[in-house]
Design a protein around this ligand. Structure first.
Ligand SMILES: C[S@@+](CC[C@H](N)C(=O)[O-])C[C@H]1O[C@@H](n2cnc3c(N)ncnc32)[C@H](O)[C@@H]1O
Length: 239
């Protein structure tokens, strides 16, 4: 009789433990479901506090430096265009030709911080390159940027790629040659952008005109131009 009672107590305890485990699993499942439904995707994929802190840092840097970019840097409007193109298409392997002091690089790298990508940017002028490095660090974006001090005429040929996003903003007379050197390394679906391309304006001549006529002539590219800022040609590689 005593043995039967003991068995009964033991099996009730086992059932109790089992019920507790099931309840605990259900609670955990509910927490995970709640989390994944309510927390935005970019927060989930990049860690909780990271993006908010980084966004705040980049925004405050850009705010502080607004109106002080005097080294042939892109206007804010074009920086935002570059940012949107990268985030919209989820590009991750970016190349910039012509870093200067880093205004466009900051927008590109900021976008890449969302897509978990990386930017290689090239500048020939040592002083500008060093100021760009300081700016990238101050904006909190250094880890997304590989800034090279080099002549892009040579380095562009040497880089292996592949790239899915390119921003060309250096010596205009070389625009077409940069494109010819990079095109085989541009992924299908990738995007090649170039600055100061304004086909509507009579001022567009020389290298930018040659470049634009060339990309427009290629059937594997779909090229449009956004002239809301300094003129940005946007060529998608279709195949
Ligand atoms: C229009 S600025 C770039 C502005 C930059 N994208 C920005 O928005 O901050 C052009 C830069 O290209 C650099 N550059 C010109 N020829 C170059 C070359 N062969 N290789 C690398 N950089 C070059 C210039 O020194 C200059 O800083």
């Amino acid at each position: 009789m005593a043995n039967l009672h003991l068995e009964d107590v033991r099996s009730r305890r086992k059932i109790g433990i089992l019920q507790m485990k099931i309840k605990l699993s259900l609670v955990l499942l509910l927490i995970v479901l709640y989390w994944s439904l309510l927390v935005p995707d970019d927060l989930l994929s990049q860690g909780l506090k990271g993006p908010n802190v980084l966004d705040a840092k980049v925004k405050s840097f850009l705010e502080k430096r607004r109106g002080t970019w005097t080294d042939l840097n892109v206007p804010e409007r074009d920086g935002k265009l570059l940012y949107d193109l990268i985030v919209k298409n989820q590009y991750r392997k970016a190349l910039e030709i012509g870093t200067s002091t880093g205004h466009s690089g900051i927008y590109i790298a900021w976008a890449l911080s969302k897509t978990k990508g990386k930017l290689i940017t090239i500048e020939i002028d040592k002083e500008r390159h060093q100021r760009a490095l300081a700016n990238f660090a101050e904006a909190g974006l250094a880890e997304y940027i590989d800034a090279r001090l080099a002549d892009a005429h040579d380095l562009v040929k040497e880089l292996r790629g592949p790239f899915d996003f390119v921003f060309c903003d250096a010596d205009k007379e070389w625009y077409k040659q940069y494109f010819i050197d990079i095109y085989p390394k541009l992924e299908k679906g990738g995007c090649y952008t170039a600055h100061n391309v304004s086909p509507g304006s009579r001022g567009m001549a020389g290298g930018t005109r040659q470049f634009y006529d060339y990309v427009k002539s290629l059937p594997a590219l779909k090229t449009t131009v956004d002239e809301s800022g300094g003129g940005l040609s946007i060529s998608y590689r279709l195949r």
